[in-house]
Design a protein around this ligand. Structure first.
Ligand SMILES: Cc1cc2nc3c(=O)[nH]c(=O)nc-3n(C[C@H](O)[C@H](O)[C@H](O)COP(=O)(O)OP(=O)(O)OC[C@H]3O[C@@H](n4cnc5c(N)ncnc54)[C@H](O)[C@@H]3O)c2cc1C
Length: 408
């Protein structure tokens, strides 16, 4: 048995690292962060990195704001720039249904004080040289939206946690979360050794339910494939730092990437994965590369209205990874009531880069018994009652949450 810790965080992705930072900066005792791979090497190195501020649910806007606040705070703490790109965003509506969604988003942004305003087609074309302006019905510009390299952000959380006294151990796989008499006692590592702790936070991303299964607990989410394509370089049409777009009528988002365009497309029936089929490293997992062209066949015609020569654009890269979706499209943060000392931070619903700072803050506040900054019931792991994340029926509900997603 190694030395005892107060809290062990399992998972060194955005959610685990943000939680470790929020705990360490509150001086929550001896904190150990463990990851079976390198820190920031799994889902958290594959995101499109949009930090979309406006959401129709106020608690989510609070959580995203916390991420922006963490970025400023960590830049001071680490004495370095993290490369936040404040490019602004454009949400485009060309149908009655998406206009209704746009109005709801604007109202939410107004209530929260997020700058936003409608702009003309001419102005849209000036900001986005690649767009067919005639296809744009209405466009709302939010100039303070930004993106950030997600691996840089994740490693900043980890290094800030270290700077505040936490320990970080990469390449250390947890075999099991250990418990006795209804309370967690620590973790058992893959090599059979044990580390004792009064508290364990399960932030193991797409793998989190594999650690819960032997404890007889199901967290209410499952990994669902998220993906985007990156075009070849064309610096005139895709200038660096032009606003990212959200186009619900095309089931698409875009953002600039040093002279190329990142195109995210959401198919009408998203694909969920049984967590039991995951490999330890995403590099070894097949996200259905063969289906990539089917998705393009379904989705590209919708985007063609806005990007008429989409078929001629050379595609340089395809990036796929797991986003963990929850049936109500909210996150999973809080105590796992069956075991004293066990907490979960998971179920990012494709928003862990944007909301990770806030998810970590809520987790830390609940662990330390502080007043939570957002209503915790919205995120409670047990809000669906008992669920079986390994059942195809439940996985289908989670996939539908992504299929029905409208925002960025
Ligand atoms: C294609 C794509 C695009 C995305 N775009 C955006 C976006 O634009 N904006 C946004 O906000 N979000 C986006 N996301 C979502 C974002 O990537 C996730 O919300 C975020 O990375 C989740 O972080 P995580 O810590 O839960 O998962 P991960 O980064 O996967 O971290 C989990 C960690 O747990 C470790 N682990 C697992 N099991 C064990 C074990 N037994 N022992 C020890 N360690 C273990 C793993 O090694 C891993 O490092 C996107 C996701 C994808 C896939």
């Amino acid at each position: 048995m190694e030395r005892t810790y107060d809290i062990i965080v399992v998972g060194g992705g955005l959610l685990g690292c943000a939680t470790a930072y929020q705990l360490a900066k509150r001086r929550a005792g001896r904190i150990l962060l463990l990851d079976g791979n390198e820190v920031a090497s799994q889902a958290s190195s594959r995101a499109a990195c949009l930090l979309t501020r406006a959401r129709t649910k106020p608690a989510l806007m609070e959580m995203v704001q916390e991420t922006y606040d963490c970025i400023v705070e960590m830049e001071h703490l680490l004495d370095e720039q993290l490369g936040l790109q404040v490019c602004g965003s454009l949400t485009i509506a060309s149908s009655a249904a998406s206009l209704k969604g746009l109005e709801a988003l604007e109202a939410a942004a107004d209530r929260f004080g997020i700058p936003n305003g409608r702009i003309s087609r001419r102005e849209v074309k000036r900001l986005l040289p690649w767009i067919e302006a005639e296809a744009v019905g209405e466009a709302c510009y939010m100039p303070t939206d930004a993106f950030i390299d997600c691996a840089v952000l994740c490693s900043a959380y980890a290094r800030s946690a270290l700077a505040c006294g936490a320990e970080v151990r990469p390449n250390t796989r947890v075999k099991a979360i250990t418990a006795e008499g209804g309370a967690v006692t620590g973790v058992e590592l893959a090599d059979g050794s044990r580390i004792a702790a009064g508290g364990v936070v399960n932030a193991a991303g797409a793998w989190a339910n594999l650690l819960m299964r032997p404890l007889g607990v199901g967290l209410p989410f499952t990994p669902v494939r998220s993906h985007f394509w990156i075009t070849g370089i064309d610096k005139e049409r895709f200038p660096a730092n032009h606003p990212f777009t959200v186009i619900p009528d095309a089931r698409a988002f875009t953002r600039s990437d040093v002279g190329a365009l990142i195109i995210g497309l959401r198919e009408s029936e998203c694909r969920a994965f049984d967590p039991a089929t995951l490999t330890d490293k995403l590099e070894d997992f097949d996200f259905g590369r063969a289906a990539e062209w089917q998705v393009l066949d379904e989705c590209a015609p919708l985007l063609k209205r806005y990007l008429p020569d989409i078929e001629e654009l050379g595609i340089a890269h395809y990036v796929a990874g797991p986003s963990c979706y929850v049936p109500d499209a909210m996150f999973v943060v809080g105590p796992v009531r069956q075991y004293a000392g066990l907490h979960a931070v998971a179920g990012c619903c494709g928003g862990g880069v944007a909301a990770g700072g806030g998810m970590g803050r809520l987790a830390a506040e609940l662990i330390l018994g502080e007043e939570p900054f957002v209503p915790p019931a919205l995120f409670a792991p047990d809000r669906f009652g008992e669920v079986d994340p390994f059942s195809p029926a439940f996985q289908k509900r989670c996939a539908e949450a992504r299929s029905n997603k409208k925002g960025g």
